[in-house]
Design a protein around this ligand. Structure first.
Ligand code: FES
Ligand code: FES
Length: 238
């Protein structure tokens, strides 16, 4: 016996009506009923963040919500990014940042990271490194070691700050503002504040994962399945 219920979601600005079973997870409704497969499923248990979307502007893990619970909500997925005013019909500054700063390797976590980054910059256009790391703390990446993801979001913050306010951007960066000096902000690798919790997972002040030959050891236990701090990775992150 099916017990389907009608729900309405406004997804990336378009209202869609669906018939879903009460047990249907929002992520499955998005991927299978709406055919928007940009939102990924990594764990289905709320651990990885690959399924992160924005619900009424707030980042949520769509594998932890029934579709019926989202009835009447505005949902944004990665597919909606190009339609935002700040994208100007092309890549969103966040997407551009991930490209320019090598913020992805396999890309599995990326849609969730982009949504988490979008939620952060909507609320805080000028985040420091610790705030970025906090914002993405519910999103796991098995490839990058996170440093380039942080740089990608910093890149997007700078790009958005440089856009005219009428174009969806924010005020220009004041010389000497925290955005202007993000690269030297406390918690930035290699900064002057010494080792902090916002720095490397191993507590060192300097991100020591990458070498100059294209491979790196991330230094994070179990990252990418590596059993030890000597796990070798060979991403495009030199
Ligand atoms: S698939 Fe939702 S948190 Fe992993
Ligand atoms: S790029 Fe993040 S999991 Fe592969």
């Amino acid at each position: 016996m099916t017990d389907e219920r009608e729900i309405t979601l406004t997804i990336n600005g378009t209202e869609r009506t669906l018939e879903v079973e009460p047990r249907r997870l929002l992520v499955h409704a998005i991927r299978e009923d709406l055919d928007m497969t940009g939102t990924h499923i990594g764990c289905d248990t709320g651990n990885c963040g690959a399924c992160t979307v924005l619900r009424d502007g707030e980042p949520i893990k769509s594998c932890l919500m029934f579709a019926t619970q989202a009835d009447g909500s505005e949902i944004m997925t990665v597919e909606g990014m190009e339609d935002l005013p700040e994208s100007d019909g092309e890549l969103h500054p966040l997407q551009e940042g991930f490209h320019e700063e090598h913020g992805l390797q396999c890309g599995y976590c990326t849609p969730g990271m982009l949504m988490a980054g979008k939620a952060l910059l909507d609320e805080n256009p000028d985040p420091d490194e610790a705030e970025i790391r906090e914002a993405i703390s519910g999103n796991l990446c098995r490839c990058t070691g996170y440093q380039n993801i942080v740089k990608s979001i910093e890149y997007a913050a700078d790009e958005l700050a440089a856009q005219p306010a009428t174009d969806g951007g924010t005020a220009a960066v004041e010389p000497g503002s925290s955005a202007d000096v993000a690269a030297n902000a406390p918690g930035t690798t290699g900064d002057a504040d010494g080792p902090t919790a916002a720095d490397d997972a191993d507590g060192s002040d300097q991100f020591d994962g990458y070498d100059t030959e294209g491979g790196f050891s991330c230094g994070v236990e179990n990252c990418c399945g590596g059993p030890s701090t000597d796990a070798e990775h060979h991403g495009d992150n030199a």
